[in-house]
Write a protein that binds this ligand. Structure first.
Ligand SMILES: [Ca+2]
Length: 161
């Protein structure tokens, strides 16, 4: 029994050091964070667009990772791709956000937001995220902000849709 619990402790210790300091954001907490980072009406998209997209991409889980058939991977709450936006040391990359992909997996999402701003500033705009295109584009997104202390700008409609 003693030996067993000793092994469990060692395994737990390994798991804790291997895991990044991740977080599953609560909807309104994320909404406030996005607003504070200046995403309300940024490039014509509202906080609802970001919440809807992040929900379908990661379930607000900063540690979420996904692998694509082409060998690239997607990281974090916004599922940013290792072929374009960050460097994971494996995939050939443009690294347009000049960052390590693994920095997209921790609870500190300001760097993720800065990178996402670049994505949405690119030609594809919010269409860079398939899930936004499928589930959020053209929908009434006010539900996403329900109960959150977030000011909704009256004219946060998409500029280029
Ligand atoms: Ca981060």
């Amino acid at each position: 029994m003693m030996r067993f619990s000793g092994i469990v402790i060692v395994i737990l210790a390994i798991m804790m050091t291997a895991n990044v300091d991740a977080k599953i954001y609560e909807r309104c907490e994320l909404a406030r964070k996005l607003q504070k980072a200046g995403l309300n009406s940024y490039k014509g998209y509202g906080i609802g667009d970001w919440l809807c997209m992040a929900h379908y991409e990661s379930g607000f889980d900063t540690s979420f990772m996904d692998h694509n058939p082409d060998g690239s991977s997607e990281y974090g709450i916004f599922q940013l791709n290792s072929a374009w936006w960050c460097d994971n040391g494996i995939t050939p990359t443009k690294n347009l956000c000049h960052m390590d992909c693994h920095d997209l997996l921790n609870r500190h999402i300001l760097d993720d937001i800065m990178c996402a701003k670049r994505v949405v500033s690119s030609k594809t705009s919010m269409n860079a995220w398939d899930s936004w295109n499928q589930h959020c584009s053209g929908h009434d997104l006010s539900e996403w902000l329900k109960g959150c202390d977030v000011y909704v700008k009256p004219n946060s409609n998409k500029i280029n849709s």
